[in-house]
Ligand binder design. Structure first.
Ligand code: GLN
Length: 487
């Protein structure tokens, strides 16, 4: 397969398009062709949107010709299959929504459209974004492009693998407990979870509404900033989006970290972490020091150890409420082979949802039931406040915190599929960030046994600029992010 354009980023593609060295239609055809050949092995894409992409590419070429383009104009993107695109199947990788065609666009899709983006496909994911390996997709498992026998991470595994395998220049994912950052780490791409409320969730199929956030998966930090410039901002259609001004996220990217204070929380170098991950991330932190940052080791965030428990009460509770709508009477899969309404609803859920989704609904329903609400849900909300407070205190002293993204390198397909608890532990370093609603990025920070390792940079609320600045500086002196897998 030709790898003519596999090193393209959004900014380098934009230059080619602007200089008329290439048209968006040509670029789009190249990517559609590449998906056609490579995706048989990677399986990142649930639906290829070829017609839509070519229509958008023609429009983009006109915008460029008329000088009305922006950085994203004409550049191919994959959208995680839990964001609605008008007239295009949005499945959430679930049988429940296998044939669901939304009649409207998610706000992020609308914003990409206005920027002249070219959508080449919908990316595979864990069903309803529940999982850490993309093995919970009801359709097929996505493979890690660095080693096809391994998982790409999840739940935005299709988005991450698709970008790593150059099936698109960038992708959108969603992150409820790590679903952008963990697969970004596993596939060696750059993945940002913005501050809760920074990006509109309108048109994102809800998993856990107080934790979900949409963000970009890109080849580098500059690209991530360019996407954020387009998708951020308050949206009247999402009352939890925040009226915070949207800065130009590319502004502070200058490679200089002098005066920056970075804390290294010891609880994130957890027991059971693979020594290669520990070593690579510590090495990367020393690089930040060389760039002028003042690094303080051994910072303590003691409530971190409760984050997993808190998450697995709050996320399933919200999921159980959000998923109640799939009863076969409104839209989505509906079991018809009965005259009994109750049996119809029961069978719809039984056949429409996969095992992990059912597990979450049961956990959530239990935690919210009247006898247990105080003991579980309410208690979890209180500990959530403590975790948030602890981060706030740390940010009085530090501009950012740096941790590994995940305790392990990508594991084998099937390795953790029968052990939900082991699977849940994949997100131990990313979950606390969603609980606190703060932003964090995962960037490539090395390899062990030819498999990627990610480093996470966590920032204050709405301080995406700071974490971009730090991770951009790191990418100026390293080239992990420039490596591409051989396929
Ligand atoms: N792996 C976590 C879960 O299964 C996080 C998923 C996500 O961020 N969407 O809940």
């Amino acid at each position: 397969m030709t790898d003519k354009y596999t090193d393209l980023t959004i900014h380098s593609a934009h230059e080619l398009l602007k200089a008329k060295k290439l048209s968006s239609v040509e670029l789009t055809r190249y990517y559609l062709d590449r998906i056609g050949k490579i995706d048989q092995a990677v399986r990142a894409v649930v639906t290829v949107t070829g017609d839509l992409a070519l229509r958008q590419a023609e429009k983009a070429d006109k915008l460029i010709a008329g000088g009305k383009d922006g950085p994203l104009t004409g550049v191919p993107v994959l959208i995680k299959d839990n964001m609605c695109i008008d007239g295009i199947r949005t499945t959430c990788s679930s049988k429940m929504l296998e044939n669901f065609i939304p009649p409207y666009n998610a706000t992020v899709v609308e914003k990409l459209n206005n920027a002249g983006a070219v959508i080449v496909g919908k990316a595979n994911m864990d069903e309803f974004a529940m999982g850490s390996s993309t093995e919970n997709s009801a359709f097929f498992t996505t493979h890690n492009p660095w080693d096809l026998s391994r998982v790409p991470g999840g739940s935005s595994g299709g988005s991450a693998a698709g970008v790593a395998a150059c099936e698109a220049v960038y992708a959108l994912g969603s992150d409820t407990g790590g679903s952008i950052r963990q697969p970004a780490g596993f596939c060696s791409v750059t993945g940002l979870k913005p501050t809760y409320g920074r990006v509109s969730r309108y048109g994102l199929v809800a998993f856990a509404s107080s934790l979900d956030q949409i963000g970009p998966l890109t080849k580098d930090v500059l690209d991530s900033a360019l996407v954020m410039n387009v998708i951020s901002g308050q949206d009247p259609k999402d009352s939890t989006s925040v009226p915070e001004t949207v800065p130009d996220f590319t502004k502070g990217l200058n490679g200089d970290l002098k005066g920056m204070k970075i804390g290294i929380p010891k609880e994130y170098f957890v027991e059971g972490m693979q020594p290669e991950v520990d070593a690579a991330v510590k090495e990367a932190i020393r690089k930040l020091e060389e760039l002028g940052a003042k690094v303080e080791w051994g910072v303590s965030l003691p409530h971190t150890r409760h984050a997993l428990a808190v998450y697995y009460i709050i996320a399933p509770s919200e999921a159980s409420a959000n998923l109640a709508r799939y009863d076969g009477s409104k839209y989505g899969f509906s079991y018809q082979d009965t005259n009994n309404m109750w049996e119809g609803m029961e069978k719809t859920k039984q056949l429409g949802f996969g095992p992990e989704v059912k597990r979450r609904i049961m956990l959530g329903t239990y935690a919210l039931s009247s006898g247990y609400y105080d003991a579980y849900y309410l208690k979890a909300q209180k500990v959530r406040t403590l975790i948030r407070r602890e981060f706030n205190q740390a940010f009085e002293k530090y501009d950012a915190l740096v941790t590994p993204t995940s305790p392990t390198i990508p594991f084998k397909i099937g390795e953790k599929a029968d052990n939900p608890l082991q699977m849940y532990l994949s997100d131990i370093c990313t979950l606390p960030v969603n609980i606190a609603g703060i932003p964090a990025i995962s960037i490539p920070a090395g390899f062990a046994k030819n498999l990627p390792i990610g480093m996470q940079v966590i920032g204050k609320p709405f301080a995406e600029e700071t974490i971009f600045k730090i991770s951009y500086a790191y990418q100026q002196v390293t080239d992990w992010h420039k490596k591409t897998p051989k396929l």
